[in-house]
Design a protein around this ligand. Structure first.
Ligand code: FAD
Length: 406
């Protein structure tokens, strides 16, 4: 559905003290930028506000894969993502020095800052982007008012709050965050290079942790346009001395935590800063309010090891911007009855719940010493390696059996 062209005159953000628009999006990370692009391309007046002109080099999602690829395709953005990334099709999966299996599927490696910059470029009119900090919000069932640090104001019919996991703005409206799992996981991100910058022997490699006491879920190595990235995910006390060792003597600590890794990776050096994050799993509360809708990490945080953050935010963007906002803008008002339709969307709820389920699954698989999980862990990797071996002997056989059984 597209907007009535008579109401879609571009805004002149720089020369107006009060900017009027249909939708004001606060936060131009991946969620806000994609939401802005979808709505603006459908003809709605959109203002996208972020306090930073250039997305910083922060460690966040660095690869797009699986269902995420499908949603990017549906939104019409996959070509742009592909042009800015390194593509890879095969991941060699190893554990305790042995091959578990080889996953074959198209994936895209890209730094988060480049991903966000690409998403911002999808806006059809760059003047819809405003570099500013939103310092105040006033929402109602009629019009919404934003106060910016520069003194400018924005008036809109709807506010989309996409301020990420640290966004404090919702607190001004009485929203709170409920922590579901404090310090749930620890993630490390850094770049590596082989001696003399020779190519590695693999396209992409995942090494799973072996001992539950180490709490290592997996190390994933994959290409991005400027080299080879490493993402390491652990479920372990963030104050454990191993964290400092991983930052200071990364390679030796990895080889110690994952015996057998060296055989597949060979010698390498870490060539940039080792960034790390400690993640809480949390969800927003008190968010069902008129005039404002909360999306992406601002709504719920994710376990990086689960790799579901982008699936969730893409679901938010797709359902909100292709289904609900077009209907909401057809009639006057932006009351709770409209806003709550989005939060009740079955696909959105399923994506949010799945993200939490996968987070708990990964934690238990990597670190639970419970007997049930010891058995489950063995079965999990055994099943994968049997499937891999059978499929190597008789390619496509497993897929044919599965489809025959359906
Ligand atoms: C270490 C790590 C690894 C991850 N790995 C994966 C992975 O492999 N796979 C996966 O699917 N997901 C992963 N994720 C999750 C994924 O990165 C996030 O879900 C995603 O980046 C969230 O995007 P966002 O736009 O909601 O938030 P953000 O990217 O945080 O964007 C929020 C934006 O809001 C702006 N902002 C905030 N307050 C204001 C204000 N008052 N005024 C103006 N602007 C404001 C900020 O400047 C920022 O640009 C990972 C996360 C982390 C932390």
């Amino acid at each position: 559905m597209t907007a009535d062209p008579s109401t879609t005159k571009p805004i002149k953000a720089d020369d107006a003290e009060t900017i009027e628009t249909d939708v004001a999006i606060i936060g131009a990370g991946l969620t806000g930028s994609l939401a802005g692009a979808v709505l603006a391309r459908a003809g709605y007046r959109v203002v996208l506000i972020d306090k930073r002109t250039v997305p910083p080099h922060e460690f966040r999602v660095e690869k797009i894969a699986g269902t995420q690829v499908e949603i990017f395709r549906r939104l019409g953005f996959l070509g742009d993502i592909e042009a800015a990334s390194s593509t890879f099709d095969r991941v060699l999966n190893i554990r305790e020095g042995k091959v578990v299996d080889v996953s074959v599927r198209r994936a895209y490696g890209i730094r988060y800052s480049d991903l966000v910059a690409t998403a911002r470029r999808l806006l059809p009119d760059s003047s819809s982007f405003i570099r500013d900090e939103v310092t105040g919000i006033n929402c109602s069932a009629d019009l919404q008012h934003l106060q910016l640090a520069s003194g400018k104001r924005v008036t809109s019919r709807l506010v989309v709050l996409a301020t990420g996991m640290a966004g404090a703005l919702g607190y001004n409206l009485g929203m709170t965050r409920r922590v579901l799992a404090a310090r749930h996981s620890v993630s490390f991100g850094f770049s590596i290079a082989a001696p003399e910058d020779a190519p590695f022997d693999f396209e992409s490699l995942t090494c799973y942790g072996g001992r539950t006491t180490d709490g290592v879920d997996y190390l994933n190595l994959f290409p991005v346009p400027d080299g080879m990235r490493a993402n390491l995910f652990l479920f372990r006390d963030p104050n454990d001395p191993i964290m400092r060792e991983l930052r200071r003597d990364t390679k030796a600590t990895l080889f110690r935590l994952m015996p057998g890794l060296q055989h597949y990776v060979g010698e390498f050096r870490v060539i940039d800063q080792v960034q790390n994050w400690v993640m809480d799993l949390s969800v927003i509360e008190g968010h069902v309010q008129p005039g404002i809708v909360v999306v992406g990490d601002a709504f719920q945080t994710n376990c990086p090891a689960a790799g579901t953050g982008v699936s969730r935010l893409l679901m938010d963007v797709e359902r909100l911007c292709t289904e609900y906002v077009p209907h909401w803008l057809e009639t006057d008002g932006m009351g709770i009855e409209k806003i709550s339709q989005f939060y009740s969307d079955p696909d959105k709820i399923a994506a949010d719940q799945r993200s939490l389920q996968v987070a708990h699954f990964r934690q238990a698989l990597a670190s639970s010493t419970d007997i049930r999980w010891n058995v489950q862990r063995r079965l999990h990797f055994l099943r994968r390696s049997i499937t891999h071996r059978v499929d190597r002997i008789r390619p496509g056989w497993i897929a044919r059996v599965r489809s025959a059984l359906r």
